[in-house]
Design a protein around this ligand. Structure first.
Ligand code: ATR
Length: 282
């Protein structure tokens, strides 16, 4: 059921501060056009001091939106201001997708879903890994650790430059999640079936790390949430050492699916055409 006060065509947004670099409008407009739906999806740059007011106009129906995506720095406040955050966003304390239903504001976090759906599509069987290694302990790392844990991977080792942040995640996500300093990499890679970079290392203009992936288990998958460049130094190194790799662009595309379905009522496809649209903009 959609909100009874909604107006047509359905209107959704992405809000952040700044938000001009968000590729979400490209993705949602592509789907709207492909599916022939009467809707629109716009950027809404909202200063943090104005965010509570923005949400209050969303809830009252005054803004005319039926929901939207939330990006940095509003994800925590979006979760706090929602009437009905789901269990995923509750555990993360952050939401990236909002929708109105019967006058109540629902919230979830689809980053973990996007991460898993991308791996399922491009590296099926990855979840047979007994051990995963996650580099980084920021917002993206949280959602990914939650998703990988919920999928049943036995041990998850989180390495971070600032070790207390990794420890906070290990405490939050339970006994299967272990925190380390970066220099534990060789040790924790031993026998791991999945390596995930969630840091900006190797992003265009950032330092390129030089990792040795040889301790990984045979058949291990290496993935990076950085997607500019598409083949990051981390993925390049893993390929050279004979491991399967999955780039980060698919996570961005898949995380958009649940929101689009909530707002516009159709589950859209992540396919080569969508990937090409986003790649052409990079
Ligand atoms: P996101 O929402 O993308 O996860 P974030 O919350 O700012 O962004 O987290 C960035 C992550 O990248 C953190 O794990 C950060 O490490 P710190 O917690 O020590 O800051 C990591 N990171 C960023 N630049 C890094 C660098 N040059 N070397 C190592 N780690 C880095």
């Amino acid at each position: 059921m959609h909100d009874s006060r909604e107006t047509f065509p359905r209107r959704a947004f992405v809000t952040g501060y700044p938000v001009k670099h968000s590729r979400s409008p490209l993705i949602h407009r592509h789907w709207l056009e492909r599916l022939g739906l009467a809707g629109n999806y716009t950027r809404q740059e909202v200063d943090p001091a104005e965010f509570a007011g923005f949400i209050s106009r969303l809830k009252s129906g005054e803004s005319g939106f039926i929901g939207g995506n939330v990006t940095i720095p509003h994800k925590e406040l979006a979760f706090q201001l929602a009437d009905r955050p789901d269990a995923l966003s509750e555990e993360l304390g952050a939401a990236n997708t909002l929708w109105l239903d019967e006058g109540e504001l629902h919230a979830t976090n689809t980053d973990g879903y996007g991460f898993l759906a991308n791996l399922d599509a491009l590296a099926p069987g990855w979840d047979r890994a007994d051990r995963a290694v996650v580099l980084g302990a920021g917002g993206a790392s949280r959602a990914i650790i939650q998703a990988v844990r919920d999928r049943g991977v036995g041990e998850i080792h989180v390495l971070n430059r600032t070790v207390p942040r990794a420890r906070e995640l290990a405490d939050r996500f339970g006994p299967r999640v272990h925190a380390h300093a970066m220099d534990a990499l060789a040790e924790v890679l031993s026998g791991a079936g999945l390596f995930i970079n969630t840091t900006s290392l190797g992003m265009e203009g950032e330092p390129a790390p030089d990792f040795d992936f040889s301790p990984l288990a045979p058949g291990a998958v290496v993935t990076d949430i950085v997607y500019v460049p598409l083949v990051t130094p981390i993925l390049h190194q893993a390929q050279k050492q004979g491991f399967a790799t999955v780039d980060g662009l698919g996570m961005l595309l898949h995380q958009a699916v649940p929101g689009f379905e909530k707002w516009f009522g159709v589950r859209p496809q992540v396919d080569a055409a969508l990937r090409a649209v986003v790649l052409a903009d990079m």
